[in-house]
Design a protein around this ligand. Structure first.
Ligand code: UT7
Length: 386
């Protein structure tokens, strides 16, 4: 850039200001001044096009989702294990969830269907997508990840695809990653995905009843584009690996010795099934959800009453209700659909956002707060100005 023209030193000073994450915490007027300065500079520097500079924000321009057709009711689960509709509703709020049909559903093809919904809603085509960030802990193969399978499914030869493995916080981690790529100027349109098939790893016997009743399958996506208006205002990412084994699937773990990892008997162990210390996860979840939401509000100089819609990861209705009560939010300020889909891990937030948008619950200029907690432990939040 420095080689192009004399006035370019000015751009070097201005543009980092416009994209500097610390500025996101300053009032929007300051952001506007930064944008104005860069626009003014562009006017007086015809040798440079707007494409030479990163835009200060990324913005969600479309949402989409897809869930398998097969509905699994609490009543059906009570025929497989010692549980009941009453227990599941009282402890989790879940009434039914969707489970994959092996003849039809894969993580990648559910994500492709969700993507096509989003593209249609935004009047975009596959060719507009420059990069894929795919959050899943249940990829179709042990490797490669699902990002490349989605890239193939969408016919987007050659574009980059990145998998993120941060469980229930995965979608916010993916959103944050895409946001940085856009703000750096590397890409202008990124497909951000959360998709999971948990059902096939559940222990659907009495032994696994505390997890089997919770999880469901599905996919949700957001299309993120460079914008001179906000936007994703900030994202906040955390982890604490001391609790990794409180919610995990152990196998096929590469740390197992050769004779164990490849032994047929390994299939007889429970290592391939989801293990969760539900109580421990619950106790950490309620604390971390509150912390990370408050962190996001503080970073943006917002108060809890400024939130137009909180979209929490759909872990347990009791967790969402606890947060709602602690933040003194009204019912219409929190979006929940766990009743119909259960906990779909990384897919839960984009599915919920897509439904909230379709129901008219997200309006221009609204402050949307996303928050998640899950395996790792990991937890995360985001503030979005719609
Ligand atoms: O998305 C990732 C993050 N995940 C979460 O945030 C999940 C957090 N945890 C939870 O949502 C809850 O801990 C669960 C829903 C998993 C369990 O609810 P709980 O109120 O914590 O129940 P509990 O594990 O303390 O179990 C209470 C009783 C036990 O029986 P006893 O020992 O009191 O006789 C369990 O054996 O409920 C029993 N139980 C069940 N009973 C009927 C556990 N699962 C079931 C079941 N049906 N499905």
């Amino acid at each position: 850039m420095r080689e192009k023209q004399g006035k370019i030193d000015f751009a070097i000073l201005c543009m980092p200001c416009a994209g500097d994450p610390t500025l996101r915490t300053l009032p929007e007027t300051v952001q506007s001044i930064a944008s104005l300065l860069s626009a003014t500079f562009l006017t007086f520097a015809p040798a440079l096009s707007k494409n030479d500079f990163p835009m200060p924000y990324s913005k969600i321009v479309a949402l989409g989702h897809h869930v398998p057709e097969t509905v699994i009711t609490n009543q059906y689960l009570s025929t497989l294990m010692d549980t009941s509709d009453e227990w599941i509703i009282e402890r989790t709020g879940i009434r039914e969830r969707r489970w994959m049909d092996p003849a039809k559903d894969t993580v990648a093809n559910m994500a492709a269907k969700a993507t096509r919904m989003a593209l249609k809603r935004a009047n975009l085509t596959e060719k507009d997508i420059e990069f894929i960030v795919f959050a899943t802990i249940t990829p179709d193969y042990f490797f490669p990840g699902s990002g490349v399978l989605l890239q193939r499914e969408l016919g987007l030869e050659g574009i980059g695809a990145l998998d993120i493995r941060n469980a229930c916080s995965g979608f916010i981690y993916a959103l944050s990653t895409a946001d940085q790529f856009i703000k750096s100027g590397m890409y202008k349109t990124i497909l951000v995905v959360g998709a999971e098939i948990q059902s096939t790893a559940l222990d659907i016997t009495d032994r696994g009843r505390n997890t089997a009743v919770i999880f469901g399958d599905g996919a949700g996506v957001a299309i993120l584009q460079a914008s001179d208006k906000p936007g994703v205002m900030s994202t906040h990412l955390h982890s604490d690996g001391r609790f990794a084994e409180e919610l995990y699937v152990k196998d096929p773990g590469s740390s197992r010795p050769h004779n164990e990892r490849q032994a047929d008997q390994i299939l007889d162990t429970t290592g391939y099934k989801v293990h969760m210390n539900g109580n421990m996860v619950f106790k950490h979840a309620v604390v971390r959800f509150m912390e990370v939401i408050n962190e996001a509000l503080t970073a943006n100089h917002l108060k809890k009453e400024d939130i137009n819609l909180l979209v929490p990861h759909q872990a347990n209705l009791r967790i969402s209700q606890y947060i709602q009560e602690k933040l003194a939010l009204r019912e219409d300020q929190v979006f929940n659909n766990i009743m119909r889909y259960g906990n779909t891990t990384a897919a839960s937030i984009p599915i919920a956002m897509s439904e909230a948008w379709a129901e008219g619950r997200v309006k221009e200029n609204d402050v949307i707060c996303l928050a998640a907690f899950g395996s790792g432990f990991t937890w995360a939040s985001a503030i979005i100005r719609w």
